[in-house]
Design a protein around this ligand. Structure first.
Ligand SMILES: [Zn+2]
Length: 312
């Protein structure tokens, strides 16, 4: 580091960051995100066709942008499900911008195939999980909408407008190694007619300015440079960045709980056939082995039946 000129450090892209910004005295706000190591770590053990990886990268960037706009102390899960060659894309982002992602597909998918060429009868599912059970208003929320649009940003913009009634513009891109995104949002309108017109003017103007952004700029420019270039006549306040990172929440306990949900009959039949239960986490590839004794313990934990100990 010590031989790099200061100017070069300042103008270097800040990878793995989430920046919030506001247009002063207006209801318009935004976020910028860059995922580089986060993306590479999350997908390092997952081999997937290039088009799918890019789609998943964009969805990861989107999850951080949306998580930053929803002030909740929990996780947001974005899923695209389809009956085409693509079966599932799933991304989870927690309140600390810990992100994990995975994809499932079938058949022969080519590198150059775009995500949307692989989707048939697709659904977009957003789940907000507050993670503090028992507190008031902390129930998980799930919204399911048909996939409308032919890009992830368009799908999300439609979702935000239809389901949340919030005007949102989203730009996303992923080159395979990095994913980046920008979100603009107009908070619900005020009742005052003069303010309302002013707000609408600002919203239209900054949206127009923002739409000149290129993928290259989004992927390579530091937040302050990018915002200055796009909105140099606007009064923009940029807040300190938060860091993003790869994070998988799987654990031996969570896998055990999932297995218990299969039920005693299913568990017994796997033990009988294989003498053990093996589970691989789709997100981080951690291998969980439950030998005969461990697996039998799962059975005993369910309902205490006098006969269940006979498995030993
Ligand atoms: Zn995991």
């Amino acid at each position: 580091m010590k031989n790099i000129p200061v100017t070069e450090i300042i103008h270097h892209i800040e990878t793995d960051t989430l920046h919030r910004f506001v247009f002063e005295n207006t209801p318009v706000r935004g976020n910028l995100v860059n995922l580089t190591h986060t993306l590479q770590q999350a997908l390092r053990l997952q081999k997937m066709p290039r088009g799918l990886r890019q789609g998943l990268g964009e969805l990861m960037a989107a999850s951080a942008l949306l998580s930053a706009t929803l002030k909740m102390n929990g996780s947001i899960v974005l899923q695209i499900q389809s009956k085409g060659a693509l079966k599932l894309l799933v991304v989870e982002c927690n309140a600390a911008f810990g992100i994990r992602a995975t994809a499932k597909w079938s058949g022969d998918v080519q590198d150059e195939q775009n995500l949307f060429e692989l989707i048939k009868d697709g659904q977009f599912i957003i789940t907000l999980d507050p993670k503090n059970e028992g507190a008031e208003g902390s129930q998980a929320y799930q919204g399911i909408v048909p996939l409308e649009g032919d890009s992830i940003s368009e799908v999300l913009e439609n979702y935000m407008l239809r389901s949340e009634q919030i005007d949102t513009r989203i730009w996303l891109c992923c080159n395979g190694n990095s994913a980046a995104g920008m979100l603009l949002q107009k908070l619900p309108e005020t009742m005052n007619q003069i303010t309302h017109t002013h707000d609408l003017d600002t919203w239209n103007r900054v949206g127009h300015l923002a739409s000149t952004i290129t993928d290259e700029e989004l992927l390579t420019l530091p937040a302050v440079t990018l915002l200055t270039r796009l909105f140099h006549e606007e009064d923009v306040r940029l807040f300190d960045a938060s860091n993003t990172q790869f994070y998988c929440s799987c654990s031996r306990d969570s896998v055990a709980n999932m297995l218990r949900m299969l039920g005693n009959k299913e568990i017994s039949s796997i033990i009988e056939e294989q003498g053990k239960i093996e589970v691989n986490c789709d997100f981080c590839n951690t291998h969980y082995l439950f030998d005969k004794v461990d697996a039998s313990a799962l059975l005993m934990d369910e309902t205490v039946l006098p006969g269940s100990k006979a498995v030993h």
